[in-house]
Ligand binder design. Structure first.
Ligand code: PLP
Length: 395
């Protein structure tokens, strides 16, 4: 299990030594007066990553799934209607969670490889003159397909339809890696986790909540206790928690924010774009196709790549792991066996990405894929060389 190689799964991501060292810290009392001095500024700084001054950042022990649950349970009542498109495994799982909560879920079935269908949303919202739809749910970056949706276009659709629904956005595999604009997009609850762009272990849900979502909590009737945002916000506001916090993760989060700000968020986004583009050049040199159907949808954090007809992508990912000790993402749901994924988010450099591309090429060659060894690596190398001047600090 344990080796020195980077992982190329789309989260949890590689943990920089700097973060691991910070988290190897002795426990201190989270009720001690100086804890708030660490925790409150951390919450304020996280706002910069969400792109908000209006929202309230709330973190709690959990993961992205706990964030989905908190968003729904805090703001909605049994039987409330939500509008959501299914275009991958994670949008599917969020739909499933809503159904288990007894919500009426209007699902827009969308081909995997496409993104949130703003046009369809607009039609449906415009027809909902009684405003029965209480929330529109968007998975910003569908990690299963490598598709980044245009949240701004969903906001424009909601505004054109003059619809007052809330908007919840899953940014689990996009936040801190690609730009996010909580205020400009009019997001009401954004949901992320510690284990992707923040380069930490899983264990902390990281959410941002709008004043409108807080107002909805006053009448929302779904049961909630541990996930009650009002308890969390009241305690967070004083720099504390309503329960035992994941202290070492908070130390890690403080350091992760420092790392992101030292690099500069714009540089972090540019680095992710450049790394992703190198991977895409490799995919095209192999003669393979991305699951994402058009360039406007390409994700800068994960690429899902279809394997040629007659090959099994699970054999490929298993072989890369057993023969070379390197993990790539398996195909999920309807893509299982048909696609594999290269995660290119978090703490990565072009040199690290090249090592991943070289490894998957060896694994493909071992399994007789019709690719030329070195072709993808060379395409990525060319691109990284040409664009090296744009790359600011990496490392
Ligand atoms: N949403 C997206 C887009 C994800 O990629 C994931 C996990 O990979 C989740 C939600 C679920 O998050 P978690 O596994 O942290 O509960």
């Amino acid at each position: 299990m344990s080796n020195q190689n980077p992982v190329f799964i789309p989260g949890p991501t590689n943990m920089p030594d700097r973060l691991r060292t910070k988290m190897m810290a002795q426990t201190v009392d989270h009720r001690a007066p100086d804890f708030a001095g660490l925790f409150k500024p951390m919450l304020d700084d996280t706002k910069k990553v969400f792109g908000t001054t209006l929202g309230t950042v709330i973190t709690f022990p959990g993961s992205g799934t706990g964030g989905w649950e908190a968003a729904v349970a805090n703001t909605l009542s049994p039987g409330d209607k939500v509008l959501v498109a299914r275009y991958g495994m994670f949008s599917h799982k969020w739909i499933d969670l809503c159904q288990k909560f007894g919500l009426e879920v209007q699902v827009v079935e969308t081909p995997w490889g496409c993104g949130a269908p703003a046009d369809r949303f607009e039609e449906i919202l415009a027809a909902d003159t009684a405003h029965t739809i209480k929330a529109v749910l968007v998975t910003h970056n569908e990690t299963a397909t490598g598709v980044l949706s245009d949240v701004g276009s969903v906001r424009r659709a909601m505004d054109s339809a003059d619809h007052p629904a809330m908007m919840f956005v899953d940014c689990v595999s996009s936040l801190a890696s690609v730009p996010f604009h909580f205020d400009d997009w009019g997001v009401d609850v954004a949901i992320s986790g510690s284990q992707k762009g923040f380069m930490l272990p899983a264990g902390m849900a990281i959410t941002c909540v709008s004043p409108k979502a807080f107002a909805a909590m006053e009448t929302a009737k779904l049961p909630r206790c541990y996930f009650d945002f009002r308890d969390m916000a009241a305690n967070n506001g004083k720099g504390g928690f309503p329960y035992t916090p994941p202290l070492q993760l908070i130390y890690g989060m403080r350091e992760a924010l420092d790392m992101l700000f030292e690099e500069g968020l714009e540089n972090v986004y540019a680095r992710h774009h450049r790394l992703a583009e190198g991977v895409r050049r490799a995919v095209s040199a192999w003669g393979l196709d991305l699951v994402a159907q058009e360039p406007a949808l390409y994700s800068d954090t994960v690429s899902a790549i279809r394997v040629p007809e007659g090959f099994d992508s699970n054999r490929l990912t298993d072989h890369a792991y057993t023969a070379y000790g390197v993990s790539f993402g398996v195909g999920l749901g309807e893509l299982n066996g048909k696609a594999f994924r290269i995660g290119h988010l978090g703490s990565l450099t072009d040199v690290m990405v090249l090592s991943g591309l070289a490894t998957i090429e060896m694994a493909m060659a071992d399994l007789d894929y019709p690719i030329t060894l070195g072709s993808g690596v060379a395409a990525a190398q060319e691109y990284y060389r040409q664009t090296r001047a744009q790359a600011v600090t990496q490392g």
